[in-house]
Design a protein around this ligand. Structure first.
Ligand code: SF4
Length: 181
C-alpha cells in the first residue's frame, strides 16, 4: 500500500506529534507494555545494567552516527540515504525482530508522510552484517497504528500496567523493577 493512501495517515502523524513518540516507543510497546510505560515515565535501570551498558558501547563504536540524520526533529534513525529514500536502523543481533522492524518502519512512515514520498525501511543486523528490508505493507501499517493506540493509552495511564512474565524478562534492563529476575 502507498503510505500516501493510508487511511490513518493524518491521525497517525497527529498522534505521534501530540505524544512526542519516536522509534523506541514503538520498539518497546511491541516487546512489553510495561516496558513502554516505564519508558514513557522515564524509569530506567540502564546505567546499572551491564548488558545494556556493553550493548550501548558496542553500538556506538560499531557505527558512528550518520550526520545525515541530524536536524530531524524527534527522529533518530541510525542512517538515512536521502537520495534513495531509505532509512536504516542498526541492531546488535537479530533477536526481537518484530520490535526492531516496527522501530525501523516507524521512521520510514514518518519520513514518507513528512516528505510526501515513499520511503523504504531496512533493519541492519550488526552481528551478522545482514540487511533485512521491512516492507511497509498493509499489515505493517496496521501494526504501527495499533501500537500507536496502545501508546496513547499508556501515556495517559498513571498505574503500572499488569503484565505476565515473558522470556525477555531474563535480559530486560527493568527486571529489577518488575521483580522478574
Ligand atoms: S522485566 Fe519483563 S515485564 Fe518487566 S518491563 Fe521487562 S519485559 Fe516487561
Amino acid at each position: 500500500m502507498m503510505i500516501q493512501n493510508w487511511t490513518h495517515k493524518a491521525a497517525f502523524y497527529e498522534r505521534v506529534e501530540h505524544l512526542n513518540l519516536h522509534g523506541l516507543h514503538f520498539q518497546h510497546v511491541t516487546l512489553c507494555k510495561r516496558r513502554a510505560w516505564m519508558y514513557f515515565h522515564n524509569i530506567n535501570f540502564a546505567q546499572w545494567h551491564n548488558r545494556v551498558a556493553t550493548g550501548t558501547a558496542k553500538h556506538l563504536t560499531s557505527y558512528a552516527r550518520d550526520h545525515s540524520t541530524e536536524g530531524l526533529f524527534g527522529l533518530a534513525p541510525d542512517r538515512i540515504d536521502w537520495q534513495k529514500q531509505i532509512v536504516y536502523e542498526n541492531k546488535g543481533t537479530a533477536g526481537a525482530v518484530e520490535a526492531s522492524h516496527n522501530q525501523t518502519a516507524f521512521y520510514a512512515v514518518i519520513l514518507s508522510i513528512a516528505t510526501g514520498q515513499e520511503w523504504q525501511a531496512i533493519t541492519h543486523i550488526l552481528s551478522s552484517r545482514k540487511r533485512r528490508p521491512v516492507p511497509l505493507d498493509e499489515k505493517r501499517l496496521q501494526c504501527l497504528w495499533e501500537a500507536s493506540e496502545q501508546l496513547e493509552v499508556l501515556a495517559l495511564q498513571s498505574e503500572v500496567p499488569d503484565v505476565k512474565q515473558i522470556p525477555l524478562c531474563k535480559t530486560c534492563s527493568l527486571m529489577r523493577f518488575c521483580g522478574y529476575h
